[in-house]
Design a protein around this ligand. Structure first.
Ligand code: CTP
Length: 437
């Protein structure tokens, strides 16, 4: 992947993890049981609206409030909306003989943590069980959707990044946060909790399953890389490329729609996190590799990310200044790890199907065939990314599927359609590989 240098408000774009519009909720929540764990943040008030909407649509909602959450919403108001006893501590359960925390955690169809504060995420990532909320989250065997809300600096802090990556690798799904103005102090950035209608749509999508689409990949785990990577030059500048992440995100969406347990490791993009996909946000190639390795084992890995091949050997800790007479700085570049090749060369942990992309401007198929060999992967999806094609950043793509058996030329179609067709091929490929074992 050719790299171009970029200068931008890196801090605000760093580890982009936004949900700007509601995922399409094509499932339905009627008759479903939601265990809503409300964390202690200002956004907790939005949960009242969420409960109302869920109940209007026929869902049963049981609520656990953390101790801090009771500072923001009262058990009385939550109880009035849920028509259920609101639980705040482990001891609430002891006098209610018929229900223990194990049962509480398992009789729901889905657990939703909102707002998932930095502290609550840290405690979840650490496997704590020191209050009712964390105990229930540790004991559950049901899917968990976390809806983060916190100050933008807390969201981009390395500790929160680690915790989110850990939880996503553990199978926790994330929705948001959104970009916008914070309730406190008017600060603007990434950290606003998703809106009730967005959470409702994500819940409906999660519980509605594949909503008519085939569940051919149910029980399979698919890991997808998406987007560009950003390689820092100094705290404000970075090396990047023109990838939008649209193709990778579409593949992750298609995988989830076919019932796969899907983890997407994405570099910074402006796209919404796909509902039903555990999304891990990273910035650099090295972070991407680490997150992919943490997401293994998997049945399929699709490397659709446009990973920067090089990074600056010693990124400056503070902004590089220019001054008259001072020579223009020289960037000393070193090679980044090759994620696709690393995964394809694994021994015991090598996924049965490893798929790469080839972004080429010349000799597309010939170069893709060469990449199939040099990277050691099973298939390559080759696309022509020269300027005139509009593929980079655009909505359409024309690809060639290169396998050991030969080359298939697919007609030009939307990136969503490429993703669906690819996932169909993958589901057949996985079935064959399993059959051969
Ligand atoms: N890839 C990767 N890690 C890298 C570079 C590339 O995982 N450090 C993956 C991409 O996700 C893609 C495939 O390798 O699936 C090919 O990427 P591409 O950018 O087309 O090729 P490069 O390997 O970067 O080689 P070149 O830039 O020389 O074409």
């Amino acid at each position: 992947m050719t790299v171009v240098a970029g200068l931008a408000r890196r801090a605000s774009r760093a580890r982009n993890a936004t949900t700007r519009s509601a995922p399409k909720g094509n499932g339905n929540v009627n008759g479903k049981r939601i265990l809503l764990i409300i964390g202690g943040g200002i956004a907790a008030y939005k949960c009242l609206e969420l409960i109302r909407r869920l109940r209007e649509r026929g869902a049963a909602v049981r609520v656990v409030l953390t101790r801090a959450a009771t500072e923001f919403v009262t058990p009385l108001s939550v109880g009035a909306l849920t028509n259920e006893r609101v639980l705040t501590s482990l001891f609430d359960l002891s006098d209610e003989q018929e229900i223990g925390h194990i049962r509480l955690s398992r009789e729901a169809d889905l657990l939703v943590v909102a707002p998932a504060t930095a502290d609550l995420l840290a405690r979840m990532a650490g496997g704590h069980a020191d209050d009712l909320a964390t105990t229930v989250l540790l004991a559950t065997d049901k899917p968990v959707l976390a809806v983060p809300a916190m100050n933008p600096h807390m969201w981009t802090h390395a500790a929160t990044r680690r915790n989110v990556a850990r939880l996503a690798a553990d199978g926790i799904e994330f929705l948001g946060p959104n970009e916008g103005e914070m309730a406190e102090g008017g600060e603007v950035g990434l950290g606003r909790m998703a809106e009730p209608h967005e959470i409702l749509a994500a819940i409906a999508e999660r519980l509605g399953g594949a909503s008519g689409a085939s569940a051919a990949l149910a029980g399979r785990r698919v890991v997808v890389t998406s987007g560009p990577t950003h390689e820092p030059i100094d705290p404000v500048r970075y090396i990047a490329n023109r990838s939008s992440g649209k193709q990778g995100h579409a593949i992750a969406t298609a995988a989830a729609a076919m019932g796969a347990e899907t983890v997407m490791v994405s570099g910074p993009t402006n796209l919404t996190d796909p509902a039903g996909v555990a999304t891990v946000h990273v910035e650099t190639a090295r972070e991407m590799l680490e997150a992919v390795e943490a997401a293994l084992p998997a049945d399929v890995v699709v490397c659709a990310a446009a990973v920067a091949d090089w990074r600056v050997a010693d990124a400056a800790g503070s902004k590089i200044k220019k001054s008259k007479g001072k020579p223009v700085p020289k960037l000393d570049l070193v090679q980044n790890p090759d994620i696709l090749r690393t995964v394809a060369e694994l021994d015991a942990k090598r996924p049965p199907l490893v798929i790469g992309f080839a972004a080429e401007t010349d000799n597309v198929v010939a170069n893709a065939k060469k990449k199939l060999r040099t990277k050691g992967c099973d298939w390559i999806v080759a696309n022509d990314v020269s300027a005139g094609t509009g593929v980079m950043g655009g909505d359409r793509n024309s690809v060639h599927l290169v396998t050991a058996k030969g080359v298939e030329d697919w007609p030009r179609m939307s990136k969503d359609e490429v993703a669906r067709r690819l996932m169909e091929r993958i589901s057949k490929g996985v079935a064959k590989l399993r059959g051969a074992k």
